[in-house]
Write a protein that binds this ligand. Structure first.
Ligand SMILES: NC(=O)c1ccc[n+]([C@@H]2O[C@H](COP(=O)([O-])OP(=O)(O)OC[C@H]3O[C@@H](n4cnc5c(N)ncnc54)[C@H](OP(=O)(O)O)[C@@H]3O)[C@@H](O)[C@H]2O)c1
Length: 341
């Protein structure tokens, strides 16, 4: 039996042109043993979704190598409708998690999630669907950066560049759980907020020289969620999820090494002991990392705004201002219907 459902998909041409509300076919046959079928309740959106839509190589792929309509989104929360015997879940379970970037697609009414390739956990009963969907990607990113710096924090001093970013706020929270002293960059409008997430001090990136303030603090490590080069060399370990680029909408993470030989030389130089240790990383899909988020108090789950399903384009426009505080979440509206044939 098959049907169709509403889904946000993208084709070629970059955001916003590529993003469209579509009707896509939907197979309602039995799931495989490691899969679950989830009725989506909410999905959050991330800069990477826009970056993938605008990825230069993707738009030039021949049609046989790329499906014409790709799914959009990775984070989701929802109810398990059907569970394979080896999935670890049962019908009726309330879950949230993250699916792989490719082929991607959580901005749709139902999703099939392969539990071997995705990270899925039970939703705490006191979290809303929107709160649960807001966490996986940014929490896993923050947690991965902490893993990357842990062995370098000898004097307990950490700088987080981009303290009010969705990833940055959780990096601060996790760093404070380890008892480290955290100084974070943010604008003055976010100072109180960043302190409420645990930062001991802040640097206003709009009015002061961030490198000067960072140098004065003398951190063991710098975690960068903003991008750029101005604080390179100011700590013995520098971990970035963005790389040297400073715009939000072009691809970041490990891919950036491919077209930036300077970053590659920096990383190799650090490994050879010729300079500070430097790595540009991608988040890790680790179940144990996402399990840790379950102890996060609900008041520390920060949501900037919630949009109805048919307003996903507006949601993306909000996200790419680069000045949101917390996650932009899209909820499944009651107007969305699956039609079965
Ligand atoms: N490699 C990976 O695996 C990975 C994973 C996740 C995210 N990322 C990347 O990490 C970056 C952050 O993502 P996100 O979702 O956390 O971002 P976000 O929540 O959209 O970040 C928005 C926040 O950044 C702050 N900000 C903007 N410019 C700043 C600056 N120059 N200095 C300090 N703060 C600044 C803004 O504060 P104001 O409004 O006060 O300016 C705003 O609160 C993105 O580039 C994303 O693509 C990479």
């Amino acid at each position: 039996m098959s049907g169709d459902m509403m889904a946000w998909t993208c084709t070629h041409g970059g955001f916003p042109k590529a993003l469209q509300l579509s009707t896509i076919p939907y197979d309602i046959g039995p799931v495989k043993s490691t899969e679950i079928r989830v009725r989506t309740k909410a999905a959050s959106i991330n800069p990477v979704d826009v970056q993938l839509m605008s990825y230069p190589l993707l738009s030039r792929l021949p049609s046989f190598a790329s499906s014409s309509q790709k799914g959009v989104g990775e984070d989701f929360s929802g109810v398990v409708e059907e569970a394979g015997v080896d999935s670890g879940f049962r019908a009726g379970d309330e879950v949230f998690g993250i699916i792989p970037f490719v082929p991607g697609g959580t901005l749709q009414e139902k999703i099939i999630v392969d539990t071997r390739k995705s990270v899925v956990v039970d939703k705490p009963i006191d979290w809303t669907w929107e709160q649960a969907a807001a966490l996986p990607l940014v929490w896993l990113t923050a947690r991965t950066t902490i893993e990357e710096i842990e062995s370098y924090v000898n004097n307990g001093k950490v700088v987080v560049l981009g303290g009010s970013s969705s990833c940055g706020m959780y990096a601060i929270h996790i760093a404070k759980q380890r008892g480290w002293t955290v100084v974070a960059s943010c604008s003055s409008r976010n100072t109180d907020f960043v302190r409420s997430m645990g930062a001991d001090d802040t640097i206003d990136y709009t009015t002061t020289s961030v490198p000067e303030q960072v140098k004065a603090f003398g951190p063991d490590v710098i975690i960068d969620f903003v991008g750029g080069k101005e604080c390179l060399g100011l700590a013995k370990r520098y971990v970035t999820v963005v790389g040297d680029k400073t715009d939000l909408t072009s691809s970041g993470g490990r891919n950036t090494y491919l077209w930036n030989p300077q970053m590659l030389l920096r990383a190799f130089g650090g490994r050879a002991g010729l300079g500070p240790s430097y790595t540009c990383i991608n988040l890790e899909f680790k179940y144990s990392f996402l399990e840790e988020v379950l102890s996060l108090p609900p008041d520390k789950i920060i949501i900037d705004s919630i949009f109805e399903f048919d307003q996903a384009t507006e949601a993306f426009h909000k996200l790419i201002t680069g000045h949101t505080r917390g996650k932009v979440v899209v909820k499944m509206s009651t107007c969305v219907r699956v039609r079965y044939a």
